[in-house]
Write a protein that binds this ligand. Structure first.
Ligand SMILES: [Mg+2]
Length: 260
């Protein structure tokens, strides 16, 4: 097997499909993280998942995947969204559609949340309890001129029982009714990548973005002009690249082929 040997100063690494596959371990990825740690190379684990907090992800990685990382190694779409709210709307009030992790993250960041028409903007992530009343409220806030701020537009969520509708399906409902386009923070959009780079204090040209999903991870890297490495341990396969003009910089079967 030919190993790819080119070093970068820092790494942005997708989570599901890249570091683990649902509940299944990916030992080559576990060894890769260990190598980065042994070499003292900074890295950030990027996830669009807005339903769990970084502390929970750290615990899951340690317990089920033999990967010991710090909370500072995790950067989520929620964190990118909150960075924006603190910068642009620090004094405003937000109506939140999402699971408890999203709402508590806003509150912990010192932002105001209201379950009423007094909210000025809508923040939305995946909610498995969303109902018509909440959707209506979101639409009405947007019709009144609010901003539509969305963690991620993932279409489906993979579970052990198969695929279920994800965050983007809820976004589409609200966007269609309100005719207000969302500002999206997760991959393939730029804010999550730019936020992670800022948190590592690194610039685009020194970093490599690693992910399994051509449409989200690889596109996110391409958007910001970063080199990308696609692994075939998750969603995308080589056949998904056929006919595409923007290709990943590297494609490997798994991370044992990367020497860095
Ligand atoms: Mg993935």
């Amino acid at each position: 097997m030919r190993k790819i040997n080119r070093s970068y100063q820092a790494y942005l690494i997708d989570l599901d499909g890249t570091i683990y596959a649902g509940e299944r371990r990916i030992p080559t990825a576990e060894r890769f993280i260990k190598t980065l740690q042994e070499r003292g190379l900074p890295f950030s684990i990027l996830t669009n998942n807005a339903t769990v907090k970084p502390e929970v992800l750290v615990e899951t990685l340690a317990k089920h995947h033999h990967i010991q990382v710090d909370v500072e190694n995790i950067y989520t779409s929620t964190m990118a969204l909150i960075d924006y709210l603190k910068r642009v709307h620090p004094k405003d009030t937000f109506f939140v559609i999402g699971e408890s992790a999203l709402q508590t993250s806003l509150l912990e960041a010192g932002l105001s949340v209201a379950d009423s028409d007094q909210a000025q903007h809508v923040v939305q992530g995946l909610s498995r309890q969303v109902d018509y009343q909440q959707l209506s409220q979101a639409v009405r806030i947007l019709l009144a001129g609010g901003e539509f701020l969305v963690t991620n537009m993932d279409r489906l969520i993979p579970t052990k029982d198969g695929f279920f509708p994800s965050s983007g399906a809820i976004t589409s409902f609200i966007a269609y009714a309100s005719q207000v386009q969302p500002k999206v923070f997760g991959k393939p959009h730029r804010p999550i990548v730019e936020g992670a780079l800022a948190s590592l204090n690194q610039s685009v040209e020194n970093c490599l973005l690693i992910g399994d999903n051509y449409e989200t991870d690889i596109q996110a890297g391409i958007q910001v002009g970063m080199d990308t490495l696609m692994v075939l341990t998750g969603v995308s396969q080589r056949s998904d690249l056929e006919g595409k003009t923007n290709l990943p910089t590297y494609v490997v079967n798994d991370l044992s082929e990367w020497e860095g």
